[in-house]
Unconditional design. Structure first.
Length: 576
């Protein structure tokens, strides 16, 4: 599948001289093998609209560091120094205001999974947009009670956390395999756009309304625009094909795939994608369980515990790269370099936003593994320089005595953001969306996303205390974390570039060696059938172990579906 504007299928076309006989199935000779557009207008519109969940995330994250520097916000919600009467934010109060969003997002991410599995991905997005809007109202209504701002950020965090689960999942379950990585990474692109817009609006309002509440209330209020556009706009798009297929709406799933792919129902890409989805769902859906036992069965299912641990670790180390250290406390840190703190944030966030476009190209042309390992090495080097110069050369008491060192700090902060925004920022979301089978995707992704928000909270809350205690040596901690993150990618992450979600699931089930996974070739249909039969049998065993005994019964017990887990023949007719 080479080419920039189109995707070709000569290697699987029985009538083509370029076909690879290992990939060709003669029974599919009558299908359409014509090239498809790499990106259709429908998939572009879908990707941009749904990714606005990331814009809401980034906007809420990026605005708070500027608020802490605004005179009116400080006057209303700060503490009074008894010695001189000046207002200030204690480390605890500023930490709570900054990080309570993350506690809300943690709960929201976990709560969103069962809701999405029950009512669907699409309506869930609209519901959680409404919750986010309520959080904005609570914050804007605050007058002098700092805890009201904190509570408002917690409520908004519920919606932001839910969207951080739903958006990558919706993208992964709908996008064609040849652009899925870029589509999911668009979520991170919109996060960076949100952070950039927040920094820009902070600068504009503090410049023109620095002495009144409009300096921060206007910025929060503009967040309603993003929630309104996403919450209403998503209603014009279909449910994900995998959710529709699981709930017996095969025709609707096929229609969605045709529209997103820009292909007819007789096209090879559409037919084989539906075939893979159906075969995989049959293997997974041998047993139905109640919510609690379904969760237990997820950990006992084939290779799932290891994959869940991997998803949790990747999301943890995305935070421990150290990126949010700059974005949460950037205005405070770089104020010592004698550059306007709001201007500094605009510079950092502009770089973050623009270079993320490079990440969309890298993820589909260089793959996930190489990119993440290169990113880890790059960020490690940047933090070593940043921490060394900051601790040994930079004068924190009188920054004007070391202007050259201050410039070095800003330069390497920008270089760090270049590495993060093109690799670990977007690609971890893509890998997590690819990591799990359809049956457990929402629940497993919720655990990984919750890990992201737990560490987001820890960094947001504790960074002030740690930096005050060890100053720039804090950077060495993040440098070490980047090394560990790179090693985890090398030893445990398989390459998913250009593969379907079902193929990636098979790679993990087979135990494909991660550093050899880029060269992995899908086995013949018969071998794939055996893998799925074994996975289905193991899943049924795990479900039976999680199910209640004969005395328990009830709706929470296991219920077999009466399907042959190894039946690979699709329900739709094969074209010959």
């Amino acid at each position: 599948m080479k080419g920039f504007m189109t995707v070709r299928f000569d290697h699987v076309n029985p009538a083509s001289e370029k076909s690879n006989q290992n990939d060709v199935r003669s029974s599919l000779a009558g299908l359409d093998y014509s090239p498809l557009p790499r990106l259709t207008m429908r998939s572009l519109a879908m990707g941009c609209l749904v990714s606005m969940g990331g814009l809401i995330f980034g906007y809420d994250t990026g605005q708070i560091s500027g608020f802490l520097e605004m005179p009116d916000f400080l006057e209303r919600f700060g503490m009074t120094n008894p010695d001189n009467g000046q207002k200030y934010f204690s480390a605890v109060r500023s930490g709570l205001i900054v990080s309570l969003l993350s506690i809300g997002t943690l709960i929201g991410a976990l709560a969103a999974a069962p809701v999405a599995d029950r009512i669907g991905r699409k309506p869930s997005v609209s519901i959680w947009c409404l919750v986010t809007s309520v959080g904005f109202v609570v914050q804007i209504a605050a007058v002098t009670a700092w805890y009201q701002v904190m509570i408002g950020r917690f409520i908004a965090g519920l919606g932001v956390g839910a969207l951080s689960l739903l958006v990558p999942m919706y993208q992964a379950e709908t996008a064609p395999p040849w652009i899925r990585g870029a589509m999911v990474c668009a979520y991170q692109l919109f996060i960076t756009m949100g952070i950039f817009l927040a920094a820009t609006f902070n600068y504009g309002t503090v410049t023109h309304h620095g002495g009144d509440s409009a300096s921060w209330r206007v910025v929060i209020g503009l967040g309603w625009v993003w929630t309104l556009v996403l919450g209403l706009g998503i209603l014009g798009f279909p449910e994900t094909p995998r959710f529709d297929f699981r709930h017996g709406r095969a025709d609707r799933a096929a229609d969605t795939i045709c529209k997103v792919y820009g292909a007819g129902t007789n096209h090879w890409a559409v037919y084989t994608q539906l075939e893979e989805i159906e075969a995989k769902l049959r293997a997974e859906d041998t047993v139905k369980l109640g919510p609690v036992r379904e969760f237990a069965a997820m950990f006992a299912a084939p290779k799932m515990a290891r994959r869940i641990a991997l998803g949790v670790a990747l999301q943890m180390f995305q935070q421990l790269t150290g990126a949010n250290y700059f974005f949460y406390y950037g205005t405070t840190v770089f104020r010592s370099v004698q550059i306007n703190s709001f201007v500094t944030q605009i510079i950092l966030n502009t770089i973050n936003f623009l270079v993320t476009f490079i990440g969309l190209y890298i993820v589909e042309h260089f793959g996930r593994r190489k990119s993440l390992m290169a990113g880890s090495a790059w960020m490690f080097a940047c933090f070593i320089v940043f921490a060394t110069v900051g601790h040994f050369r930079f004068d924190r008491e009188d920054p004007q005595r070391t202007p050259a060192e201050g410039i070095v700090l800003i330069v390497f902060a920008c270089l760090f953001i270049l590495g993060f925004a093109t690799t670990w920022g977007p690609m971890v979301w893509a890998i997590q969306a690819e990591l799990f089978p359809s049956r457990f995707r929402a629940k497993a992704m919720a655990l990984g996303t919750a890990s992201n928000w737990i560490w987001n909270f820890c960094i947001g809350f504790f960074s002030t205390f740690i930096f005050n205690a060890i100053d720039f040596q804090y950077g060495y901690v993040f440098a070490a974390c980047n090394v560990v993150g790179g090693l985890i990618v090398f030893f445990f992450v398989v390459e998913g570039q250009g593969r379907t979600l079902e193929e990636i699931d098979t790679m993990y089930l087979e135990g494909v060696t991660p550093w050899k996974s880029a060269a992995w070739v899908p086995p013949p249909a018969e071998h794939m059938a055996r893998i799925r039969r074994e996975a289905g049998a193991d899943l049924e065993t795990a479900a039976a172990a999680a199910a209640p005994g004969p005395r328990d019964g009830g709706a929470g017990g296991a219920r077999t579906e009466g399907k042959e887990t190894g039946d690979e023949a699709p329900h739709h007719e094969e074209t010959v």
